[in-house]
Design a protein around this ligand. Structure first.
Ligand code: URA
Length: 444
């Protein structure tokens, strides 16, 4: 074969050709090794974003990314091993429920999570609001806690998928994130490297998600499942709505507190929680698939609801927090253990009617401006601040009734957040039926 040159590979993508495994490997490997320039790598990414990468290219790229670093070996765990990934959203604390639920059912979850950026929250930031909680763990600690407790949630290690880290940073700077193939290969390379036999995905669609339309989310979900299966893993994806924040808490400690509160109650007791609904479904689908052949989702759903109501899932969360150095008393009384903000203020409704819109992205941005999120990678987050929504789309509200509670560092910050929220929450004169949250299930 003729000697490859980066400029020729870029030209082929510019001219809509499908690149071979060798060509992709040559450019990505060359970029990491310094033989391919940042300009060349960025040009190839942009050509791919504009002209499209095929599914075959996404599969090849995933293999190249996984092969760039170490992988976790979970074979010593009794299993089944299950991993969960969400494409990110607002008020999405599902990991805090799914991991202990699966652990309570006898599965092992080694979940490597990320931090929040922009309007989206990150699981590591949420867990680090628990005093003492450690997210940086060695591979032996990860597997040790997974074996003893059933679940562990920690930071991605530097050794895993270094090529994704380098490429993602470049994509972030060059406007080349929004590609189905690039997102799928980036997400799935990290999941494959983390070693679980079953991967359950929550692909979000809506204004608070990476991909806004349901069809785009479905296509991304299909490609992710295909990549997992090509690598010999079991995978199922839910497509879920991210038009409105999933949970009521938006902010790090507030989301931990909500998750603990939900685990302390039976899943369907009291007010309907869309967060609990999505978490139960993710765990039930993941568990059924992990158990293979004869397991039915109806059965795992019932089993997990039982482990939820009995408090077993809460005990798994407590054990995990303890094993990772955090204060387990957070599971008894989150308000006493978690950091609190000095200013706590209700936001009253300015009209009577039915809540008709509560846009996820804009609500997430309010929490980020309060300090719960970060504008740039590496910025610190404030664990205590954020919003607690008191209403959801479809709810009837009376003028003066609280729409939310703002937790802020100062009066001025609380006022600004309250004013913004009041303009965002649309109140209609006629009743509104809430849209469904579970939109689709993709098996292959
Ligand atoms: N999350 C990732 O890990 N990678 C992407 O490309 C997009 C979201």
């Amino acid at each position: 074969m003729a000697t490859l040159r980066a400029v020729d590979v870029i030209g082929r993508k510019r001219d809509h050709d499908e690149l071979s495994v060798e060509e992709l490997g040559f450019v990505v490997g060359g970029y990491l090794g310094g033989q391919v320039s940042e300009g060349q790598m960025a040009a190839l990414l942009m050509a791919g974003v504009l002209n499209g990468f095929s599914d075959a290219e996404a599969l090849a790229l995933t293999d190249i990314l996984v092969g760039s670093g170490a992988t976790l070996d979970l074979s010593a765990l009794p299993g089944p091993t299950v991993d969960k990934h969400s494409t990110g959203g607002v008020g999405d604390g599902t990991t805090l429920l799914v991991a202990p639920l699966l652990a309570a059912a006898g599965a092992q979850v080694v979940k490597l999570s990320g931090r929040g950026l922009g309007h989206t929250g990150g699981t590591l930031d949420k867990l680090e609001s628990i005093p003492g909680f450690r997210t940086v763990l060695e591979p032996a600690q990860l597997t040790g806690i997974a074996r003893d407790v059933g679940c562990v949630v920690a930071a991605q290690t530097d050794e895993l998928v270094p090529a994704d880290r380098a490429l993602y940073a470049l994509r972030d700077e060059t406007g080349t994130v929004a590609s189905r193939a690039l997102i799928a290969s980036s997400v799935m390379s990290k999941k494959l490297a983390a070693g679980a036999g079953t991967i359950v995905l929550d692909v979000k669609a809506g204004n608070g998600a990476f991909l806004e339309t349901e069809e785009q989310a479905r296509e991304l979900a299909r490609l992710c499942v295909r990549i997992a299966e090509a690598a010999g893993r079991r995978s199922v994806a839910l497509v879920t709505a991210m038009e409105t924040p999933l949970g009521q808490g938006i902010g790090n400690a507030l989301e931990v507190s909500e998750a603990v509160g939900l685990l302390r109650a039976a899943p369907r007791a009291g007010r309907r929680s869309r967060l609990a609904e999505v978490a139960l479904e993710l765990a039930a689908r993941g568990l059924a698939l992990a158990r293979g052949g004869g397991a039915w989702v109806e059965e795992t759903r019932g089993e997990l609801a039982g482990l939820w109501s009995s408090g077993d899932a809460l005990e798994r969360l407590r054990a995990m927090i303890s094993a990772q150095g955090g204060d387990p008393a957070v599971c008894d009384d989150p308000g006493k253990v978690l950091p609190t903000a000095p200013v706590v203020r209700e936001v009253p409704a300015d009209a009577t009617g039915w809540v008709s819109a509560l846009p996820a992205r804009a609500v997430g941005e309010i929490a980020a401006v309060l300090g719960a999120g970060r504008a740039s990678k590496g910025d610190p987050v404030d664990p205590a601040v954020g919003l607690e929504l008191a209403v959801d789309v479809g709810d009837r509200v009376e003028r003066g009734q609280p729409l939310a509670v703002v937790h802020a560092r100062s009066d001025a910050a609380a006022q600004q957040a309250a004013d913004r929220l009041t303009t965002l929450v649309a109140i209609a004169e006629t009743a509104i039926a809430p849209a469904p949250t579970l939109l689709d299930v993709i098996h292959d």
